[in-house]
Design a protein around this ligand. Structure first.
Ligand code: FES
Length: 107
């Protein structure tokens, strides 16, 4: 069913130019996400949902702030690497991203 013109978009970012690189499949919090080679994890996530994580204290929705690696507002966890910034980490085929600390890891 098509969304009505007045429905707000579910995703936070809207593409203004076509991404033409090869498709990259990743998993974010157990959900399959398709991105394009060269895209950041933050861009891939915000292309399908309206936030990246919840604020640790207030619980408010967060979607990154600076988008260039300076503010620390986009930290996520990776299954095969240390915690990192979603805005400066390029997507990789098969990568698993967690927007909340995975069980057994410290926040
Ligand atoms: S959004 Fe600021 S460091 Fe990623």
């Amino acid at each position: 069913m098509a969304a009505a013109p007045s429905d707000p978009p579910r995703q936070r970012l809207l593409r203004v130019a076509a991404c033409t690189g090869p498709e990259v499949a990743l998993v974010v919090d157990g959900q399959a996400v398709t991105a394009r080679e060269g895209e950041s994890v933050l861009s891939a996530v915000l292309g399908v949902v309206d936030h990246l994580r919840l604020h640790e204290v207030s619980g408010e929705l967060r979607a990154g702030f600076c988008l260039m690696g300076a503010c620390q507002d986009c930290w996520v966890w990776f299954a095969d690497a240390p915690r990192g910034r979603a805005c400066t980490t390029p997507v990789r085929e098969g990568m698993q991203v967690f927007t909340r600390p995975p069980p057994g890891l410290l926040p």
